[in-house]
Ligand binder design. Structure first.
Ligand SMILES: *[C@@H]1O[C@H](CO)[C@@H](O)[C@H](O)[C@H]1NC(C)=O
Ligand SMILES: *[C@@H]1O[C@H](CO)[C@@H](O)[C@H](O)[C@H]1NC(C)=O
Length: 295
């Protein structure tokens, strides 16, 4: 936002005085983030490129934006609480003594000095090896339908890429490149780890495992999970319907039989007897009402 404001201030001047644009251009080019990778628990320097040509800055601030949080690193000429014990401030850089995975994110150094406002950005990737991924395979897959398998891994930084194996054989990205998979129809997204069979066939049965790799530490392979595509069981459905019809038929017959033998009537008279015997303490009026209601 601040850099946008600075640009709009300089914009008209730039149109007229090409030579004066140098400051503006350096501001824009400084916005291209510098990417720095560091293994977790190692120290790292985050350079402030924006300091160049600013003399002794009248203001210097560092901001951090991670996944879900934003905070100042350096503000009002001092490191903020979260950083003062684990970082050092130098005019041209911030030194993190031991970077943790939560430190991955965007660091912006904002400087106000001789040539106005300038900013520079460092994208810090704290490298974390992948943990053992989980192969998520649908428990029931029907031949002819879609089946979506996913590989889930949450620690790896930078985000890992994924491979899949069927019966310990690497599944090629393109099924046509391996005769073992030429009867299969699937897409494999190595970035998301999603393997989609469309449609699943009997040839796709097997033990599926996935592997996550981000070039940090060793790649990690999941446990294998069985996938067994099955036919829609038409015979079973027909049998179930027939059994249901027989049950309904028997029930209907039973009710009709009981009714025709007066079973329900007899139960009614039993109920009445009980009710008749109750109102012994009531007055005659009440009793009459009750009996007339029932008869
Ligand atoms: C860094 O240190 C923490 C705490 O000691 C540990 O849990 C973590 O696994 C370490 N990271 C790496 C990549 O070794
Ligand atoms: C592919 O399908 C053909 C024809 O159904 C079959 O003969 C062959 O064995 C299948 N290949 C594989 C690898 O399953």
């Amino acid at each position: 936002m601040a850099e946008a404001a600075a640009r709009s201030l300089r914009g008209p001047r730039c149109l007229l005085w090409a030579l004066l644009c140098a400051g503006s251009w350096s501001l824009i080019s400084a916005q291209t983030p510098q990417v720095i990778q560091v293994p977790e628990n190692h120290s790292v320097n985050l350079p402030c490129k924006a300091i160049a040509g600013q003399g002794t800055p009248s203001r210097l601030e560092w901001k951090f934006e991670g996944s879900g949080n934003r905070e100042f690193v350096y503000y009002h000429d001092q490191l903020t609480d979260n950083y003062k014990n684990r970082a050092e401030f130098h005019l041209n850089e911030i030194y993190l003594k031991s970077a943790t995975r939560q430190d991955s994110g965007k660091y912006t150094c904002q400087v106000v000095g001789d040539s106005g406002l300038s900013e520079s950005v460092v994208d810090l990737i704290v490298q974390v090896p992948p943990s053992k991924p989980k192969a998520e395979v649908p428990s029931s897959v029907t031949i002819g339908n879609r089946a979506v398998l996913s590989c889930v891994e949450t620690d790896g930084s930078p985000p890992p890429t994924f491979k899949w194996y069927r019966n310990d054989i690497l599944i090629p990205t393109d099924p046509k490149t391996n005769t073992l998979f030429q009867n299969s129809s699937y897409t494999l997204d190595s970035k998301t780890g999603v393997l989609t069979f469309e449609p699943a066939t009997a040839f796709d049965a097997g033990d599926y495992a996935c592997e996550a790799d981000n070039q940090v530490g060793t790649s990690q392979k999941s446990e294998a999970v069985r996938m067994e595509p099955s036919e829609v069981n038409v015979g079973g459905i027909v049998a179930a319907v027939v059994v249901l019809l027989i049950v309904f038929g028997l029930a209907a017959f039973g009710i009709w039989f009981a009714y025709s033998r007066g079973f329900f009537k007899r139960r009614d008279t039993t109920n009445k007897k009980v009710i008749y015997s109750q109102p012994s303490t009531r007055s005659d009026g009440e009793f009459k009402q009750t009996s007339s209601f029932l008869v």
